[in-house]
Design a protein around this ligand. Structure first.
Ligand code: 0X9
Ligand code: ZN
Length: 410
């Protein structure tokens, strides 16, 4: 038997308790630069001083903390960049403007319900807590074609679940990108229940690769990105799991534990990236892992490696582009959304990411980072969960058809 394997790694993170998940953003501001200066912004990011908030182009909006504001101002002044403070207090701003009805979610007041007793489908009218995701995965495990297993534990001891669907893989690594797990769970559900999708393929999906970070975005800080590593000798927590992979490790990543893109003390220093690595190596050893897709938000982009802008083009760049265009064209037919296909180095010039390792070390033909909706914020209206899932499913369906063994393509 010839198994064709498709690894899609959908990494998503979130938390639940009746607490204020904006409080760690108290006093944070958003500064809007009056001039575009990618090099200065990139340096500020690597130095761990700002969080760039535009993810669909060169960032001119920066999140600045009370601790770093003075230094950032100095750097901008020296570079001759002027700016306006467009949000005075991000905690207050988000509390007033967040469209996600968190209170409803926390107390289980969604139109749909998902409890330990009844969670036969992922919620589509709201974001799910980590606990709800676990309820769903436990029920899914009874499906004859599905096996749900833990591939390792997070720093705080939560399980990292992988779903293997006997027909055709996905990952979610950044905590605040709530739409990623929401969409990944829909993908799992559809591949399991729609007999035509992914025929002839084996699909492996990790819907929540950073459970601790996800939980933290529900309890303390809606904009938390990293894992929850307690960094020794630093007052700042967390490692960016998408800068911790061992391919061109360190390039474009922050050496500063306070940076949003902190790379950690060494490649694969984190249990979460170790678990994903080992699971991907295991899958790859049992057949040909044809595709790895890391699912993120936001920006509506399909990125292919390498992330290091100084690298030569990756092998099979043309093939990755072509299949990417099939995906994007299909996505557009569903709700008219444009997803741009381009190299990660031209969008996010940094290496040590999942897609770099999948290409550079695993030698997977098709390696991608998918940036979901929308083009302005991580805080995406729950009304967009369903349509985002629908368009991605259609796009993946076409991709699966292109990858499926010949006997299934007629
Ligand atoms: O910077 C990232 O980690 C990804 N963007 S996000 O806004 N979701 O954080 C993009 C990663 C693209 N791949 C590489 N740079 N290798
Ligand atoms: Zn991300």
């Amino acid at each position: 038997m010839c198994w064709q394997q498709v690894g899609v790694f959908l990494l998503a993170v979130v938390t639940s308790v009746a607490s204020d998940n904006y409080r760690e953003l108290t006093g944070n501001q958003v500064w809007k630069l009056n001039q575009e200066d990618e090099a200065t912004v990139q340096q500020l990011v690597v130095d761990g001083l700002v969080d760039p908030l535009d993810h669909s182009g060169p960032s001119t909006s920066l999140r600045v903390t009370p601790e770093t504001a003075g230094l950032v101002k100095e750097v901008l002044d020296q570079a001759g960049i002027t700016y306006q403070v467009i949000v005075q207090d991000l905690a207050r701003y988000l509390r007033d403007n967040d469209v996600t009805p968190l209170v409803q979610v926390r107390f289980g007041l969604t139109a749909q319900t998902c409890t330990s007793l009844n969670c036969s489908a992922p919620l589509t009218d709201n974001y799910m807590t980590f606990e709800q995701m676990e309820y769903y995965l436990a029920q899914l495990n009874s499906h004859p074609r599905v096996s749900v297993s833990s591939i390792g534990k997070s720093i705080e001891g939560r399980d990292i679940w992988m779903v293997h669907i006997n027909r055709s893989g996905c990952e979610g690594i950044h905590a605040r990108e709530w739409i990623s797990p929401a969409v990944t769970l829909q993908i799992i559900h559809n591949i399991t229940h729609d007999c035509s999708m992914g025929r002839g393929l084996e699909v492996y999906v990790v819907p929540m690769a950073n459970p601790d970070g996800y939980v933290h975005t529900w309890t303390n800080n809606r904009l938390w990105r990293k894992n929850r590593r307690n960094n020794p000798d630093s007052s700042c927590d967390g490692v960016d799991l998408n800068r911790n992979w061992d391919f061109d490790y360190g390039v474009g990543a922050s050496p500063n534990p306070c940076g949003e893109t902190y790379r950690g003390t060494s490649a694969f220093s984190e249990p979460e990236t170790q678990a994903l690595r080992d699971a991907m190596l295991q899958v790859n050893s049992t057949g040909t892992l044809q595709m790895v897709m890391a699912v993120h938000s936001y920006g509506q982009l399909l990125l292919f490696p390498y992330g290091n802008p100084a690298s030569n083009p990756a092998p099979q760049t043309e093939e990755m582009k072509q299949l990417g265009i099939i995906f994007a064209n299909t996505v557009k037919t569903v709700h008219g959304k444009n997803y741009v296909v381009k190299s990660s180095g031209s969008f996010s010039p940094a290496s040590g990411a999942t897609d770099d390792w999948a290409k550079g070390v695993l030698k997977t033909t098709y390696s991608y980072t998918l940036e979901l909706r929308d083009k302005s914020s991580f805080v995406l209206d729950p009304d967009e969960i369903l349509p985002t899932g629908q368009e991605v499913l259609e796009g993946l369906n076409m991709v699966f058809l292109a990858l499926a063994p010949e006997k299934y393509t007629q």
